[in-house]
Each structure stands twice: as structure tokens, then as C-alpha cells.
Design a protein around this ligand. Structure first.
Ligand code: AMP
Ligand code: GLY
Length: 423
């Protein structure tokens, strides 16, 4: 089977490694992939947003199955375009990807179907939003409607901060069209949990839960990033909470999307906050999370391609989705300065012995050698029987990798350990 994976980050590297375990796979193309992914797939210089280029490549190369992982191509209708020319895909159609593509859509869906989430108001008029903020309780959360590379969420402690965020989004167009509409929502507190779930629109099968570390600095300080590390499973997510999420959130979301004529097939990501009043949806993503995938897939015992094809064909209930009862930890090595300004182009050395545990996110090949090419450069993942072992092993892996200006958080997993030990 000839597969094509759209995207070029650490998440795609993890997906490709897992897909390769299936003996029926003869070839995997990554569009565009990256210098590190090139060790596991044939990288093709076609961007993830170049829908026409992707479709042309799939036809010319007789691709049997496509996996579309990033948000942009999904929201742009990459799956619709590929299916129109007969290429079966893993990933939602554009209408279903709106669950991530528009925060206003997602919030209105939750309100209409009684799915627990933060109280909110949406606005397309700036003056109205500013007036609302005169009396809204603080802190509050201001969110740009559309995709904004994870940066379109501002937690404002004061009215002045909240108003400044509204003005930046709606008048100064800091996130382009993504800020034409905004959501202002209630500030919630509690541990956060990421749950990725396979769904074919009929059955929903949650994967092992995970915990992201979004802030750039230790002890959750500094700017929000795409994610500096993850652990799985998330110790805050007990079986009782999981059962409640299934009844109150996962199944109602799948039903709601069906009733709206937007059946979701693929991986649906539930970003949850466990508040003292119960679990609440903070966000939906229409795709695998990054770097959640780098800890979730290494724990997946079942064959990924078999599950994905069952999702596409609407027979997810017939396949086994089993996870190892172990722990995984992923430590991201980034370029110092990320998520703002950083230098790239530095030689990157990954010893042969650890390559199998490294997922490359931002590296290019230059004269046959790897050089850094992004903010998040790579993730080191370890799987072990206990969480402390997984954390220690992931850091031991990270210690063996060299590039100039390398930076990582030193406390990945510590919050999970505190939860595990009941502190
Ligand atoms: P997002 O980009 O939607 O993942 O949001 C980024 C982060 O902002 C989340 O991981 C939360 O930590 C935080 N956040 C988003 N919405 C809320 C909320 N209503 N209350 C408190 N924190 C929030
Ligand atoms: N790690 C969060 C995300 O993928 O959006």
C-alpha cells in the first residue's frame, strides 16, 4: 500500500513511524515532511496548504490512502478534495473541521446541545465587545474565532488587558481574518487534560489521556507555545471522570455533529478542564494534538493503519484499539527564544542509538546533514512502567542530542507526578 501523510512536524513523524509497523505498507510519502522525517518516509516538497498540489501528487502516484493531520488543510477541505478524486482519507471533511476552524461555531454547538463549556458571548462588532467588557467579571478569556497558530487566546486579568486584546484582534487584525469575530468567555480553573479520540461518526473510542505543557518556561511561566512536552496517561483523568466525559461530552459531541449534517470522521481532540463543577470543554481540535501524539501513539498497541481505515469505512466498532498499560513522556527540544525570535540552521546531532525515540519537528537536510529549521526542533519520547522512569528516560535521551541554542523545560511531568502522589 502506498500512503501519503500531509504535514511536517513531530506529530507527523510519530504517525509515520506507527503506520510503518503495518507490513502491508510499501511506501510512505510525507508532504512536505522534514529533514528528520526523511529517514522514515519519502519527503515531497509540496506544502500542507497546497490542496491542488496534494491532489495532483496523489493522482500521479496512485496513492492508496491519505492521512491529513494538520488543522489548515483539514479546514481548507483537503479531505473533500482527495475524496472527490477517489483517494480514501483519514481526517474530517471541511464542514466537520469547522469544530476547530471556528470557535464561534464550536461554542454555539456546545450551547445548542448542552455540552458543558465556559459561558461565553460572541461578537462581530468591536464596540459591542468593548461595552460588554465594562461589566464582565475578571479574569476573562478573549479568543479569536479562527485558526491563529495557538496564539489567539488571551487570558486577561484586568479590563484594560481584555480590551487591548479585543482591539488587537478586531481593529488591528493581529490574527488576520481569524479575529473578525471573537469569543469572550468565562475564566475556568482546574487541571487540563487532552483526550484524542478516534471516531467514525457512530462510535467514539478515546485514546489514552495526556497532559500538555503549553508555556515556554518551567513552572508554567512565559509565553504559550505549541507545547513543550507531554505525559500520558494524565493522572488527573480518573476512570470515573472518563465515564462522565463519555456521557456528557464525547457522545453528545458526535451526535451533535451528525444532527448538524457535519459527521466527524477522524481524530477529534477534546481539550478539557476538570473544574470543581465537573469537566468542561476548553477547545476542540479536528486532528491529533502536537505533542500529545508523541506520547499517545507510542502507547498504542494495536495497528494504527487498521484503525484509521476502519474510521474511514465507518466500521470502527469492529476493530480493536488497545493501549499499553505503561507511561510515556515526551520532552521537546526547542531553539532558544521560541516561540518568539530564534536562530536556526545549526547542525543537529542525533546519535544512532536514540533515533528510534526521537520525533523530528523542525530540521532540514543541508548537504546530507541535519540542521535546525524551526522553533520546536524535536521531541524525545520514552515509554516505561512508571511515570518517574518515563520522565527520567526522556530527559536522558534529550541529554544525548546536540545543537547550538538548544532549550527545553526541565519540569515536564512534574505536575503529573504531584497529581499522582496526591499533593
Ligand atoms: P487554546 O489555544 O484554545 O488551547 O487555549 C490555550 C490555553 O488557554 C488553554 O490550554 C488553557 O490553558 C487556556 N484557556 C483557554 N480557555 C480558557 C478558559 N475559559 N479559562 C481558563 N483558561 C483557558
Ligand atoms: N498540543 C495542543 C495542540 O495540538 O493544539
Amino acid at each position: 500500500m502506498k500512503l501519503m501523510v500531509i504535514g511536517g512536524g513531530g506529530r507527523e513523524h510519530a504517525v509515520i513511524r506507527k503506520l510503518k509497523e503495518n507490513p502491508a505498507v510499501t511506501e510512505i510519502y510525507a508532504l512536505p515532511g522534514n529533514g528528520g522525517i526523511a529517514a522514515d518516509a519519502t519527503c515531497v516538497p509540496i506544502g500542507a496548504k497546497d490542496i491542488e498540489g496534494i491532489v495532483r501528487f496523489a493522482r500521479e502516484n496512485a496513492i492508496d490512502y491519505a492521512v491529513v493531520t494538520p488543522d489548515d488543510p483539514l479546514v481548507l477541505g483537503c479531505v473533500d478534495a482527495l475524496e472527490a478524486v477517489g483517494v480514501p482519507c483519514f481526517g474530517p471533511c471541511a464542514k466537520a473541521a469547522a469544530i476547530e476552524g471556528s470557535k464561534v461555531f464550536a461554542k454555539d454547538l456546545m450551547k445548542k446541545y448542552g455540552i458543558p463549556t465556559a459561558a461565553y458571548q460572541s461578537f462581530s462588532d468591536m464596540d459591542e465587545a468593548l461595552r460588554f467588557l465594562d461589566t464582565a467579571p475578571m479574569p476573562t478569556v478573549v479568543k479569536a474565532d479562527g485558526l491563529a497558530l495557538g496564539k489567539g487566546v488571551i487570558i486577561a486579568k484586568t479590563r484594560a488587558e481584555a480590551k487591548a486584546a479585543v482591539v488587537e484582534m478586531m481593529r488591528d487584525h493581529k490574527f488576520g481574518k481569524s479575529g473578525d469575530k471573537i469569543v469572550i468567555e468565562e475564566y475556568l480553573e482546574g487541571p487540563e487534560v487532552s483526550v484524542l479520540a478516534f471516531t467514525d461518526g457512530k462510535t467514539v473510542v478515546p485514546m489514552v489521556s495526556s497532559m500538555d505543557h503549553k508555556r515556554a518556561g518551567d513552572n508554567d511561566t512565559g509565553l504559550n507555545t505549541g507545547g513543550m512536552g507531554t505525559v500520558a496517561p494524565n493522572p488527573c483523568y480518573t476512570e470515573a471522570i472518563a465515564a462522565r466525559c463519555m456521557e456528557e461530552i464525547f457522545l453528545p459531541t458526535i451526535r451533535a455533529m451528525n444532527l448538524e449534517g457535519r459527521t466527524f470522521k477522524g481524530c477529534l481532540y477534546f481539550g478539557l478542564m476538570l473544574t470543581k463543577n465537573g469537566p468542561r470543554v476548553i477547545e476542540y481540535n479536528c486532528r491529533f494534538g502536537d505533542p500529545e501524539t508523541q506520547v499517545v501513539l507510542p502507547l498504542l498497541e494495536s495497528d494504527l493503519l487498521t484503525i484509521m481505515r476502519a474510521v474511514t469505512e465507518g466500521r470502527l466498532s469492529e476493530v480493536e484499539v488497545r493501549f499499553r498499560r505503561q507511561y510515556a513522556c515526551c520532552v521537546i527540544l526547542a531553539s532558544r527564544g521560541y516561540p518568539e525570535h530564534y536562530e536556526k540552521g545549526f547542525p543537529l546531532t542525533i546519535p544512532e542509538a536514540v533515533r528510534g525515540h526521537v520525533y523530528v519537528a523542525g530540521a532540514a537536510l543541508k548537504d546530507g546533514e541535519l540542521v535546525t529549521s524551526g522553533g520546536r526542533v524535536l521531541g524525545c519520547t520514552a515509554v516505561a512502567d512508571t511515570l518517574p522512569q518515563a520522565i527520567a528516560q526522556a530527559y536522558a535521551l534529550a541529554g544525548q542530542i546536540r545543537f547550538e541554542n538548544a532549550y527545553c523545560r526541565t519540569d515536564i511531568g512534574q505536575r503529573a507526578l504531584r497529581a499522582l502522589w496526591g499533593e
